[in-house]
Design a binder for this molecule. Structure first.
Ligand code: ATR
Length: 273
């Protein structure tokens, strides 16, 4: 490959950690190139993307608020992105845009790297929340043959809109009854913003959760959320949220460079500092 030209589009975008991640890999794999943040206002999406094509970009990531709207501008969208209804990675080839979604990969690979013995097959999972991240995670569970997916969300209708992703596996439980969902579960994932710095606390008593269950929080500020500390204190395996962010970046880098990069301790340290 020549010199990598890539970036992340969003609005606002200054907070993005993606330049640190891709910058680390450009260095680690002895490539030359840039990965920059590119602020694009929603009303300029079409024209500004055309500029990236004209400038010879290999591709880019898309984040809030472009993940859904960019789909209509892609020449092709992969199956996963279609199912989730959001594109976060674009490859530009022969001036054409190929859209994909790497969040499913990121979620699964993070857990597989952190807890290699964990097997998703025929397990019962509980998902707190029903936003964009939950969509990717429910789809990931379906792919990994999770047999039961219990979704609990403050707004019940939003949870119901996820049923179509895995109609035979998904069950909805009212948010007020969320603690009942924990009994007999093998995996618990928080996809809500509760517990994040500056947000309300996630109120959840884990007493009913079996100690063999794996607990993952996709919130990573703070890295050790109250949910994870409580789970750890109870003897559960825990997986922090930073890994999903790092692993979802890997297939994007691979599409642009042909190299599927690793998530190593040096990268985790850089992103957290
Ligand atoms: P993302 O794309 O990261 O998933 P999102 O789509 O904004 O983010 O979803 C945020 C999730 O956090 C939603 O499930 C939201 O619940 P609602 O669907 O009822 O809005 C949940 N959430 C946010 N604030 C909450 C609160 N105070 N109590 C309960 N759930 C909350």
């Amino acid at each position: 490959m020549s010199t990598l030209k890539a970036g992340v589009i969003g609005y606002p975008i200054h907070h993005s950690k993606s330049p640190i991640i891709h910058g680390h890999w450009i260095e680690e794999y002895d490539l030359t190139g840039t990965y920059e943040t590119i602020e694009i206002a929603p009303e300029n999406l079409k024209e500004d993307i055309q500029k990236l094509v004209d400038q010879g970009f290999h591709g880019f990531n898309a984040t809030i608020p472009h993940k859904e709207n960019i789909m209509a501008l892609c020449d092709e969208v992969d199956e996963t992105a279609k199912a989730i209804g959001a594109v976060n990675t674009i490859l530009i080839k022969d001036r054409k845009l190929f859209g994909s979604n790497t969040d499913v990969f990121g979620f699964i690979q993070n857990i597989k790297q952190e807890v290699p013995h964990f097997d998703f097959k025929n397990k019962r999972a509980v998902v707190l929340g029903a936003g964009g991240a939950a969509r990717a995670i429910v789809y990931a569970f379906k792919q990994e043959d999770v047999s039961e997916i219990i979704i609990t969300n403050r707004t019940r209708e939003k949870a119901e809109s996820l049923i179509e992703l895995a109609p035979d596996q998904v069950r909805i439980i009212d948010w007020e009854l969320r603690e009942y969902a924990l009994k007999g579960s093998d995996l618990l994932v928080n996809t809500t913003s509760l517990g994040m710095e500056g947000q309300l606390a996630l109120e959840l008593d884990l007493t009913q959760l079996p100690t063999h269950a794996l607990v993952n929080d996709i919130v990573y500020t703070p890295l050790m959320t109250d949910l994870l500390s409580d789970a750890k204190a109870q003897g559960n395996d825990i997986v922090t949220g930073i890994g999903m962010l790092l692993h979802q970046a890997r297939p994007a880098f691979e599409k642009w460079t042909g190299i599927l990069p690793d998530v190593d301790d040096a990268l985790i340290k850089k992103v957290l500092s």
